[in-house]
Design a protein around this ligand. Structure first.
Ligand code: ZN
Length: 323
């Protein structure tokens, strides 16, 4: 059962909002699009595992996608964590294409693309072992019951050719293509028969993990040196993302896909929260969504049942970032 479902990270959602709102001729666009492409490919690789994980649905496993947990003033991030009452399993998902060679001598991974370009990456097996050490530390810090922790590096692209030196058993045991996931999982299931966690301590662990999860929250305008005044204003189409929609009597209409919606503004206000601030004044709301009437703007804001701070003219509304 998925406790934390597979979905795009906060960074990906921020990048989508930024690309929606950044003018097409902005000089920063190519760099941001390139970065977004990499992040999104990584996410798609992780999402492609959901099919295999769904086979564990009828068993009492708790599955967490993309947890970011604190230990000793820094964070570590797990692509997937699967928790049972007998063992835990960390999955590190890689979406590299081409040929990858695990170099055991220097603990590095050398990827060769189809165009024969070589690139070196940190060894994912060492990476996932580091995650394992971090998770052990985390469980100890949080006073959660200890549990054996297994690790796997999963390649999400079935066409990636995996290579290493002969007899490098560390790699052949720890690195798999996603298609072999269920067989590898079965090996762990057979290995552990002793119950390490009671029902109660599993519940506690699940609760604590979700509470500790701290998404990486980056100010993208600062990172890419984009001034907020540059961003395009108006309400975007929640279906095809065209900006702006046209305001008609009590609703918005998209002139590209002709979708009509009374509450399209709710999606656009998420863009404000993702890119600018999680609190907003009535004036900024009106300006960002390009609403000509102050009374309509206030009416829409009030209809969202947001918590407020301050009095009359200086009131600010608190926006929530939907998970
Ligand atoms: Zn549209």
């Amino acid at each position: 059962m998925f406790i934390k479902a597979c979905g795009p990270s906060l960074t990906i959602r921020k990048m989508q909002a930024l690309l929606r709102r950044l003018p097409f001729d902005d000089p920063n666009r190519p760099l941001i699009e390139n970065d977004y492409g990499k992040f999104y490919a990584g996410f798609r690789g992780e999402a492609s595992l959901v099919y295999y994980l769904s086979f564990l649905d009828d068993k009492p496993y708790l599955i967490f996608h993309d947890l970011r947990l604190p230990i000793h003033h820094h964070f570590f991030q797990l692509d997937y964590l699967i928790l049972s009452n007998k063992f835990a399993l960390i999955l590190e998902v890689k979406n590299y294409s081409g040929t990858v060679y695990f170099d055991p001598q220097f603990d590095q991974l050398i990827r060769t693309t189809q165009q024969d370009v070589e690139e070196t990456f940190p060894d994912p097996v060492s990476q996932v072992e580091q995650h394992r050490a971090n998770l052990l530390k985390y469980l100890h810090d949080q006073k959660l019951s200890p549990i054996p922790i297994e690790t796997l590096v999963v390649f999400s692209n079935p066409y990636t050719q995996l290579k290493t030196t002969q007899g490098n058993h560390k790699i052949t045991k720890k690195v798999i293509h996603k298609e072999r996931f269920l067989q590898s999982f079965q090996v762990f299931e057979n290995k552990y028969s002793k119950e390490s966690l009671t029902q109660k301590s599993m519940k506690k662990a699940s609760k604590t993990l979700m509470k500790s999860h701290t998404p990486f929250d980056q100010d993208l305008l600062l990172k890419y040196q984009v001034h907020k005044e540059t961003l395009m204003r108006g309400v975007h189409c929640p279906l095809c993302f065209t900006l702006p929609m046209e305001k008609l009597m009590g609703k918005w209409r998209c002139n590209t896909c002709f979708h009509q919606s009374k509450d399209a503004y709710i999606h656009s206000i998420q863009d404000y929260a993702l890119l600018i601030d999680t609190e907003i004044t009535s004036k900024n709301f009106r300006n960002f969504l390009d609403i000509s009437s102050a009374s309509i703007s206030t009416k829409l804001l009030n209809s969202m049942n947001l918590s407020r701070e301050g009095q009359s003219r200086s009131v600010t509304y608190q926006l929530k970032l939907d998970e």
